[in-house]
Design a protein around this ligand. Structure first.
Ligand code: URA
Length: 302
């Protein structure tokens, strides 16, 4: 077993508490626990907590004042200063730690509904994108995710592998999730507005988006995230029902069917900006602000 420092253990335990949501009672439903079992689990987590450090007592400050002596005379020299002790070195922060991933409790109803829809999508011929696709990039992740990302459409890598966001943009999105938000990629749910690759990576057309809409709407309804993140303007417009190319979507909270929605820059845009400037850019900075907002809204301050 790995040796964890007390601080690591605290972080792990707090992560578990958050994931299990024992505090607000949702975990009870999530884990299908009875009240007594939930209480016992909470107590077990508490019992694993390292003992609290004893409260610090104020150390007497060396006084320069002469010490009064009985009889009203003053001693010639001040009291000897207590021996100085070096403060203990602060515990070193050794990189970011991912919030521990708890295997999702199998929810057969959700799994079954999405599996059925996915099967339909693999044979779907509702728009012309089916003609050139190699694979349908359906979507993946935790079906009980708090945060769900929705991108535009699969690119070449996604078409080859049948998975969303696995190419260059996908690697940056994964970094945003894992290094920025400090949660594992498999703890969120990731899908695209359209599930088949538009030829030459062009933007999906409105009729293609409309044809694929039934899948996306059900994916969102089944996952029921606390926060939705539209990755790029195309996804933002599609989710908000706005004409494509509507601008000014990022930087504010919006709503999709009562779920808070944040539109962020697409990673391919971030990569293009970095290539022009040979460095991180203003677009990276504002994306980080958006991501922090998402974490706050999803219940973590990062
Ligand atoms: N861009 C997207 O919008 N989705 C992907 O899956 C990959 C790249």
């Amino acid at each position: 077993m790995t040796d964890h420092s007390p601080n690591d253990r605290l972080r792990l335990l707090d992560g578990f508490r958050r994931r299990l949501e024992l505090d607000n009672g949702m975990g009870v439903e999530y884990l299908s626990l009875g009240k007594e079992e939930a209480k016992r689990l909470g107590e077990w987590i508490e019992s694993a907590r390292p003992p609290a450090a004893p409260p610090k007592t104020a150390r007497p400050r060396p006084s320069a004042k002469p010490v009064p002596v009985p009889g009203g005379r003053r001693s010639a020299s001040p009291a000897p200063a207590p021996a100085m002790r070096r403060p203990a070195p602060a515990e070193k922060w050794t990189g970011f730690s991912l919030v521990p991933f708890v295997e999702p409790v199998d929810r057969p109803d959700r799994r079954a509904e999405l599996a059925e829809l996915e099967k339909q999508a693999h044979g779907c011929e509702d728009c012309r994108l089916c003609e050139k696709r190699t694979n349908v990039a359906w979507g993946e992740g935790d079906l009980a995710a708090k945060v769900m990302f929705v991108g535009e459409a699969p690119g070449r890598d996604e078409d080859e592998q049948g998975r969303p966001f696995v190419g260059k943009s996908g690697r940056l999105l994964t970094d945003i999730i894992e290094k920025g938000m400090r949660i594992e990629r498999r703890s969120v749910y990731i899908a695209n507005v359209v599930k088949c690759r538009p030829p030459g990576n062009r933007e999906p057309r409105e009729d293609e988006i409309a044809a694929c809409r039934k899948y996306l709407d059900r994916q969102i309804a089944v996952v029921g995230p606390k926060v939705l993140v539209a990755v790029g303007g195309v996804a933002g417009c599609a989710l908000l029902g706005l004409p494509q190319k509507s601008s000014g979507l990022r930087g504010n909270w919006r709503e999709y069917a009562g779920i808070p929605l944040r539109v962020i820059y697409h990673p391919s845009y971030l990569l293009r900006q970095r290539a022009y400037e040979n460095d991180r850019t203003e677009a990276d900075r504002v994306t980080w602000e958006d991501v922090k907002e998402v974490m706050r809204r999803a219940g973590r301050d990062g």
